[in-house]
Design a protein around this ligand. Structure first.
Ligand code: SF4
Ligand code: SF4
Length: 99
């Protein structure tokens, strides 16, 4: 199941500037991985390592409170692995020594 998938810990570029957040909930609404939680009008990153850096939260935040380097690194590996039905695989070992 996709929501149970994890890759490397603490590598996600997702950042929340809570001082800009109005609690509108758009980011939670569009997140495909249930990474974000809205409670009492405040958003929080509740499951950071589930983020696939798709960028939907950042693109849909009207107040530029959410930022993420979309489409880079391990997100590609997770998507590629999902499409192939395998473990995350970015093929980076062909070029780099990162995983
Ligand atoms: S980048 Fe995508 S997966 Fe990550 S928190 Fe934002 S919407 Fe969710
Ligand atoms: S979309 Fe932006 S302003 Fe709205 S809850 Fe998310 S981070 Fe806050």
């Amino acid at each position: 199941m996709i929501s149970a998938m994890r890759y490397l810990k603490n590598v996600v570029t997702l950042e929340l500037d809570i001082s800009r957040c109005t609690g509108c909930g758009k980011c939670e609404e569009v997140c495909p991985r249930a990474v974000l939680s809205l409670n009492d009008g405040k958003i929080s990153i509740s499951d950071r390592d589930a983020c696939i850096e798709c960028g939907a939260c950042s693109r849909n935040c009207p107040f530029e409170a959410m930022t993420v380097a979309a489409g880079v690194g391990c997100a590609y590996a997770v998507i590629r692995g999902t499409l192939k039905g395998t473990a995350p695989d970015c093929a980076c070992s062909d070029k780099y020594d990162c995983c």
